[in-house]
Design a protein around this ligand. Structure first.
Ligand code: NAD
Length: 498
């Protein structure tokens, strides 16, 4: 891996990849249709990506189906292992181009690319699943039995699920793509990947590397960008696709469930969140609140962000002042500046959505402590000021709905039970946090939170071996870990008469 000490963004020195990958070929879209890829920090057009049509998507699905049904990909462990390692090496060889391209098309601060946006998932996102091919229990034998008096030996076989349709959002596009790719391919599936229209280039770059630098057989991976969300829905309704691996909003996740029902799609859904961070009354308030400005990281565009901070009522006023100080020193602006932690929202539409929530918070009676507007000194780019709300009731819209912006709610509670009640009073169940001077007390509270991940005293749930996902409306299934790997398999029981 590249040395990560230099946090300066190198400018994009190569053109983004316009072409898609279908059936092993780098191709333009039908009629050479293209759509613009915009830099959200400058509002300038970076270049174009192929704009796939329904016919293009149809060819990609056919190729993935054929590659699954007619090649040895799903059964050849050694080939899959070699290919995943080749792809890892190929991405590492262009790591700095990925970095600058991600900063340009996602608007992510370059600092974040040294963490979850690029370097952290690259480290083991492909290599861990490649190693798992050797460790996974592909087959197990059950004790001999005599059901209905018939002597039988049974074995349980794990097989690849088939053709996976992977639908990717724009907020952490490389990370989410690499985690889906690694696990789905290692388990023996073939794939059609549909990147988000806002961030196509990291996916098309991976498509080119697959075509040019790996032995991945034609059709095993197809990368199909489109400006039209319904091209993604085609994956959901097509009977040749076995499983949809989707990361995105809860609204789209529900739509995918409904659209996938007629063809009985296997579904893995990573959806939204509205996570709570509980500071118990023995927590070090000063150091905890000094950190809250980091919740503006990547403009708050993270599904697991702890956007509700729950504070003991007895220490509430003090906490609001500390949080205000932290928010007023958030470094936001140009994402290529190594000191920046908050860049722009991804689009004008997302910025307006965030500002709309801020207006609603004020209208419903929350106290706007700082921020709340478009920053006057940043006329270009889709920026929103770091925004802090106090006196938030958990029933308010800003405490219940996912804002996906640099907006934090401070909510008071009376005792531990009240904190747990407020944390769980949400349709979401993705993540959360508990801070206390006493690990055991914090752990006891963590066990009562109905979410797929919980951080205790700053612990970090991250890595290819670490299951991540949601309870309730935050999704179905897990990304990563053995749980994630198994999701990309089917289970077959073979019973042999003795
Ligand atoms: P989105 O749901 O609008 O879009 C996500 C992807 O789905 C895009 O590729 C889009 O083109 C595609 N899509 C849209 N409509 C579709 C349809 N009807 N059928 C098939 N595909 C369709 O979400 P977004 O705005 O791109 O991403 C932000 C959301 O993603 C937030 O809600 C965030 O919480 C969530 N998210 C969740 C996780 C997680 O792991 N839980 C991670 C990142 C983002």
């Amino acid at each position: 891996m590249t040395d990560t000490t230099d946090t300066t963004a190198t400018p994009v020195t190569a053109e983004g990849e316009v072409r898609m990958l279908i059936d092993g070929q780098l191709v333009t879209a039908e009629g050479d249709r293209r759509f613009d890829n915009l830099n959200p920090a400058t509002e300038e057009v970076l270049g174009q990506a192929a704009d796939a049509s329904a016919a293009d998507m149809d060819r990609a699905i056919a190729a993935a189906r054929r590659a699954f049904d007619e090649t040895t990909w799903s059964t050849d462990h050694a080939l899959r292992q070699r290919c995943l390692r080749q792809l890892h090496d190929a991405i590492v060889s262009e790591q700095e181009l990925f970095r600058s391209e991600l900063v340009a098309e996602v608007g992510t601060p370059v600092l974040v690319t040294y963490m979850a946006q690029l370097d952290a998932p690259l480290q083991d996102g492909l290599l861990w699943p490649a190693a798992m091919i050797d460790r996974f229990e592909w087959e197990r034998t059950l004790p001999d039995s005599e059901p209905f008096g018939m002597p039988t030996s049974s074995r349980v076989v794990k097989e690849a699920a088939g053709v996976v349709g992977a639908i990717i959002p724009w907020n952490y596009p490389f990370e989410i793509l690499i985690n889906k790719l690694g696990q789905a391919l290692a388990a023996g599936n073939t794939m059609v990947i549909k990147p988000a229209p806002d961030t196509p280039w990291n996916a098309t770059r991976i498509g080119r590397l697959i075509a040019e630098q790996t032995d991945i057989p034609a059709g095993v991976v197809n990368v199909v960008p489109s400006s039209d969300h319904l091209i993604g829905e085609q994956l959901v309704t097509d009977p040749r696709v076995d499983l949809i691996s989707f990361t995105g909003s809860t609204a789209t996740g529900k739509r995918i469930m409904a659209a996938g029902a007629p063809t009985m799609k296997r579904l893995f859904l990573e959806l939204g969140g509205k996570s709570a961070s509980i500071l118990l009354d023995d927590a070090d308030l000063e150091s905890s609140m000094a950190m809250v400005g980091f919740l503006c990281m990547h403009a708050g565009q993270g599904c697991a962000m702890q956007t509700r901070i729950l504070i003991p009522r007895s220490r509430y006023a003090e906490a609001v002042e500390l949080a205000k100080a932290s928010f007023e020193t958030v470094a936001y602006g140009d994402p290529t500046d190594p000191g920046t932690i908050q860049g722009p929202q991804i689009s004008a539409k997302q910025r307006e959505r965030v500002l709309g929530y801020i207006d609603q918070g004020v209208a419903e009676g929350a106290r706007l402590v700082t921020g709340g507007k478009r920053p006057a000194h940043l006329p270009k780019g889709f920026y929103v000021e770091p925004t802090l709300f106090a006196d938030v009731d958990n029933g308010m819209t800003i405490a219940q709905e996912e804002i996906f912006g640099p907006v934090l709610c401070l909510i008071p509670f009376t005792d531990d039970d009240d904190a747990v009640r407020i944390a769980n009073e949400s349709i979401y169940g993705l993540s959360g946090g508990v801070t206390s001077a006493d690990d055991e007390r914090a752990l006891a509270v963590a066990r009562r939170i109905r979410t797929g991940t919980v951080s205790v005293n700053g612990g970090v749930f991250y890595g290819a071996d670490t299951p991540f996902g949601g309870y309730k409306s935050s999704g179905i299934g897990r990304q990563n870990g053995i749980e994630g790997f198994e999701q990309y398999t089917e289970t077959k029981t073979i019973s042999v008469g003795r």
